[in-house]
Design a protein around this ligand. Structure first.
Ligand code: ADP
Ligand code: MG
Length: 639
């Protein structure tokens, strides 16, 4: 391979991102240093991880550290590490594209309004590119661990659409990132400013961050750089320090590093567990959901350490999927240092640690949810908005903690007016009417269609609260969470309506009478609709609508059928039961209808299907029936 220099283009989005970032993060520009140091630290972690199976990667340079230096003359600031380094292909890929799975969503969320978009950029996290806030050119010289000195690369870009890459010689392993500072950014050529920035944002980095010591020169009458190294940060693992010695700011900065996030976390828990397994956990709840929350493949989860030695990133065995938004570190005192992912998968010790982590996270959430403090309550509301849909998965996945998770769930309800105001199951139970034995809910595709479901009519009339479930995952939740606090959960759109003690004897008698009286009509409707329905019966669950459809007790409901179908899965073709309201004039007149009976019968089914959010097999037929009836009515009234 020659030393030829190649010019390559950035992925189209990178340029857009750079522009936006420079403008929106300028007011907080020193964070670029935090990001570059964070990357240097990650690169050292990665080297350690790869070296677990190949110690030769260390060569004779096993003392991992990060060096920050500046050159006043050249007006450059450099961040150097002896970590994993970058091969040519890696440099092109990692520094020329944005490898985040939510990139497309991110760009489609941009509004073009800089003030609004600036807020988004923090959530997205821009890492390496933040160097362009203060630099008008960035050079990266890097040698991948395991490659020869002649295989090093030099990457350079002014951040304006393209970058160059060439092969160079580099004796040391790892990367040096050199920032050519923009005019006016000379403050980063000051020892004081750089040290202060490192202490503020990167103190928690476990590796030493070193700078050359400065000394007073009597001769020059100024501070001059000496040959001696000095460690600028505490270089001790933050989580091993006593809680009382850690400030909120330090907790927050550490979070930004482990989570690759730009925003402060919502909450954290820091605890040392002693007993069968000894470990320390420092776990965080982010304040914003990442773009790839639902991909289930997000890259940054929990970092695992053993006796302060970094073992691996994203140790997914430490947190169940439904808590995949949790970030932080777990440091075990007992696991072997050579623990691998495969070992973790079968390890009982890991199971114990994971169980402990889950309990702590649930405890932290309960602390917020049940707190009397308004700020905590607000935090729980934010948490629920961002991560509630993920936590709901736990109601079906985590049998051991089902009760605790159920208490944390929140739902929209007929008790509130908007989907944002939600209620807990405990709130619901506390408001249950005398004689009410069940927790009622309806599932639908949207909040509006749940709220307007005809199935709610009788509940409204009697003032009984119904939970309005319109998240996709709610079907899964209601399938697994069959009771709460000893009260069964009951769909209002399934099975026969049994309000138990909520109905009085007179109402029951009336319902039975209606069933007798309408028997002939029901048979006739059933015959007309044929195999479109499973059954036709009268109902008293409706007060305003002429009809509705319900699913048989053990069949899957219409909403779940539609979700499965949309996901390309096979759904059992359960036929609905048509229920008609004997008090409705349209139903009453049907007893005497002869010429248009078929149309009326079909309309009862079709409008009930639409009201439930379903779609019709023959929409044109439906429209024709409506038009015919409208025509008949208008002719009738003009006479
Ligand atoms: P993130 O750190 O969230 O992955 P960044 O934009 O900060 O995103 O960095 C992008 C990628 O560039 C990193 O994932 C890594 O692969 C690579 N990279 C950046 N800095 C270094 C470094 N000092 N050594 C090795 N690789 C690096
Ligand atoms: Mg980074």
């Amino acid at each position: 391979m020659g030393a030829q220099k190649e010019t390559l283009g950035f992925q189209a989005e990178v340029k857009q991102l750079l522009n936006l970032m420079i403008h929106s993060l300028y007011s907080n520009k020193e964070i670029f240093l935090r990001e570059l140091i964070s990357n240097a630290s990650d690169a050292c972690d990665r080297l350690r991880f790869e070296a677990l199976n190949n110690t030769a990667l260390y060569g004779d340079d096993g003392d991992l550290k990060i060096r920050v230096a500046f050159d006043k003359e050249a007006r450059t600031l450099s961040i150097t590490d002896n970590g994993i380094g970058l091969s040519r292909d890696e440099a092109i890929e990692h520094l020329g594209t944005i490898a985040k799975s939510g990139t497309r969503e991110f760009f489609s969320a941009l509004t073009g309004d800089q003030a609004k978009d600036a807020h988004l950029i923090g959530q997205f996290g821009v890492g390496f590119y933040s160097s362009y806030i203060v630099a008008d050119k960035v050079t990266v010289i890097s040698r991948r661990a395991g490659l020869e000195a002649s295989q090093a690369i030099r990457w350079e870009s002014a951040g304006e659409g393209d970058f160059t890459i060439e092969m160079v010689d580099r004796a040391e392993r790892g990367s040096e990132v050199i920032l050519h500072l923009r005019d006016g950014e000379d403050e980063f050529l000051s020892s004081w400013k750089v040290r202060q920035t490192i202490r503020k944002y990167s103190d928690h980095i476990t590796l030493p961050i070193v700078m050359k010591k400065e000394e007073w020169s009597e001769e020059k009458k100024e501070q001059v750089v000496s040959d001696e190294d000095e460690t600028v940060n505490q270089a001790s693992a933050l989580w091993t320090r006593p809680k009382s010695e850690i400030t909120d700011e330090q907790y927050n900065e550490f979070y930004k590093h482990v989570a690759h996030d730009f925003e402060d976390p919502l909450a954290h828990i820091h605890a040392r567990v002693e007993g069968k397994q000894e470990y320390t956990q420092l776990l965080y709840i982010p304040s914003k959901a990442p773009f790839d929350l639902f991909e289930r493949t997000s890259r940054h989860g929990i970092k695992l350490y053993v006796r302060r030695v970094f073992i691996m990133d994203d140790a997914e065995q430490l947190m169940p999927l439904y808590l995949r938004f949790v970030r932080g570190v777990v440091d075990s005192s007992d696991l072997p240092l050579n623990v691998s992912r495969e070992i973790l998968q079968q390890s009982r010790d890991i199971e114990t640690i994971r169980g402990g982590c889950v309990k702590k996270v649930l405890g932290m959430l309960e602390g917020l949810a049940d707190s009397d403090d308004a700020a905590d309550k607000e935090k729980y509301a934010t948490f629920w908005k961002e991560f509630g849909r993920v936590l709901k998965e736990g109601a079906g996945e985590d049998f051991a903690n089902k009760e605790r998770i159920a208490k944390l769930l929140r739902f929209a309800s007929t008790h509130a007016d908007t989907p944002e105001e939600n209620v807990s199951l405990a709130d619901y139970v506390a408001r249950m009417k005398e004689g009410q034995e069940k927790i009622y809910y309806v599932t639908a595709e949207t909040f509006t269609s749940a709220k307007n479901s005809p199935h709610l009519e009788i509940f409204r009339k009697k003032g009984i609260e119904v939970l309005l479930l319109s998240d996709r995952v709610d079907e899964w939740v209601s399938g697994h969470l069959t009771e709460f606090d000893g009260k069964p959960l009951q769909s209002v759109a399934k099975g026969g309506l049994d309000l138990g003690k909520l109905e009085d004897a007179a109402e029951k008698e009336e319902a039975e009478k209606a069933a007798d009286e309408y028997k002939d009509l029901l048979d006739k409707v059933k015959k007309t609709l044929g195999d479109k329905v499973k059954d036709v019966r009268v109902t008293h669950r409706l007060t305003d609508s002429p009809s509705c459809i319900v699913a048989d007790e053990y069949d899957i409901g219409g909403n779940l059928q539609r979700i499965l179908k949309a996901a390309g899965q096979q759904a059992p073709a359960n036929k609905p039961i048509l229920e008609i309201n004997p008090k409705h004039p349209a139903v009453q007149r049907l007893k005497y209808e002869e010429t248009r009976f078929d149309d009326w019968a079909n309309l009862l089914l079709e409008q009930a299907t639409l009201a439930e959010g379903g779609s019709l097999d023959d929409p044109a037929g439906f429209v024709k029936r409506i038009n015919d009836l409208m025509l008949a009515l208008s002719l009738g009234s003009s006479r």
